[in-house]
Design a protein around this ligand. Structure first.
Ligand code: BGC
Length: 403
């Protein structure tokens, strides 16, 4: 990269700036979901009231606006909207319409995810995304939401991080439904891609102007080693992000990129394409409090790779857990410097949503990790912007960084 020291780096006009969230992580009392069920069984940390965002969304969006954000990512909780099979809860649908109206009033462009890891318990009980015959329920939910929220959503995201979901729930057995089967993982993965494609086709047919993407987590990958050959190795390769992107790339108006870290080491050079000498040169710049490495250059590397699919890119997540807030500002600046570099080399990145607006329920890790631009006191629900929130706010306001 050019020497950017103390240089002002401008982002393109109309660039979107904001933060991202997911319903189960912030809303609280998501009682009809599969996660809630397992939390009550004592198998995973309870989410409880979370950030009580369900009741405090007005306050939270006002805060985002005050910090000069012009976009925000939420998810609609399917378990609220359809708590029992085929029974739509009109009150909850109205709730989400109000949430979306509030985003509009605060001049925040909306990114809305339809599936961010949690499912209605009834759908999970039927076998969830494992079963081909269940996919129609998710597709119906997407159609229902598009119809009910017509004109209120700027960017739809069908799915969040299909690979994380499939691996955590079906390979590692760490997340609901706690299974450990590579075959089931692959099935779920394939079914998620199929659902995305169907939803895209149906909704674009009905609402040609609608914008639909998916949020995919692409780590920077540098592997070396022999190509995968055995049956299991090849099955594993099918779980790669490339496989998923290839399956859905015809059906995307934009690409939602979640970027967090670098994976390097032994593996198939077919995936990473880095040789042994090169890999030694790849260094990380630090680590979060729970061990995720910082590799800001990776956001550039993966964005550049995405250039070949010719879609606008929005960074739909990037962030770090940093309870003392002594790393987040640098983290943001370093990543944005590399985003800027990608843009200057012709990559069409149009927005950056930081994960997350405030500390929240970090899945099985509970409330320990602190990903928020704002700290949350979970006793009082008071939100306090951290220093890095102010820095980020200034970036949003100026549409530029000083590297
Ligand atoms: C997920 C978020 C999560 C974040 C930090 C992403 O993989 O989409 O839900 O909170 O990472 O772990």
């Amino acid at each position: 990269m050019k020497n950017n020291k103390h240089k002002k780096l401008k982002f393109p006009k109309g660039f979107l700036w904001g933060a991202a969230s997911a319903a189960h992580q912030v809303e609280g009392n998501n009682i009809h979901s599969d996660w809630w069920h397992w939390e009550k069984c004592g198998r995973i940390t309870p989410s409880g009231e979370a950030c009580d965002h369900y009741n405090r969304f007005e306050e939270d969006f006002a805060l985002a606006k005050k910090m000069y954000h012009n976009a925000h990512r939420i998810s609609i909780e399917w378990a609220r909207v359809e708590p029992k099979e085929g029974k739509w809860d009109e009150k909850e649908i109205e709730h989400y319409r109000q949430v979306l109206e509030s985003l509009k009033r605060n001049n925040l462009k909306s990114f809305v995810t339809l599936f961010h890891f949690t499912l209605p318990k009834w759908f999970a009980d039927k076998g969830g995304f494992e079963k081909n015959k269940n996919l129609k329920y998710f597709i119906q939910f997407a159609e229902k939401m598009a119809q009910e929220c017509e004109g209120l959503v700027d960017f739809w995201l069908t799915l969040n991080e299909p690979k994380t979901y499939a691996l955590a729930g079906y390979t590692a057995g760490m997340w609901p439904p706690f299974k450990k089967s590579l075959f089931k993982t692959y099935k779920v993965y394939k079914h998620l891609a199929f659902s995305h494609n169907q939803i895209y086709k149906i909704l674009k047919g009905k609402y040609p102007k609608i914008k639909i993407g998916a949020a995919i987590n692409l780590p920077a990958i540098h592997f070396f080693g022999k190509p995968f050959k055995s049956f299991f190795e090849q099955l594993f390769a099918k779980l790669s992000n490339e496989y998923f992107v290839n399956k859905i790339k015809q059906n995307l108006d934009f690409f939602g990129l979640n970027y967090y870290f670098l994976i390097k080491g032994l593996g198939s050079h077919k995936i990473g394409g880095t040789d042994e000498k090169e890999i030694k040169k790849i260094v990380v710049t630090g680590a979060s409090d729970f061990g995720w490495n910082f590799y800001p250059q990776g956001i550039y590397e993966v964005s550049k790779k995405l250039k070949k699919i010719h879609k606008p890119i929005y960074i739909t997540e990037n962030g770090t857990s940093d309870p003392n807030n002594d790393k987040r500002s640098r983290f943001i600046l370093d990543h944005l410097e590399w985003v800027h570099q990608a843009i200057s080399e012709g990559v069409d990145v149009r927005g950056y949503l930081h994960w997350s607006l405030m500390d929240n329920y970090e899945w099985t890790f509970g409330y320990e990790p602190k990903f928020g631009l704002c700290a949350v006191d979970f006793e009082t629900q008071k939100r306090t912007p951290r220093k890095s929130a102010k820095l980020f706010g200034k970036i949003c306001k100026d549409n530029s960084i000083t590297a």
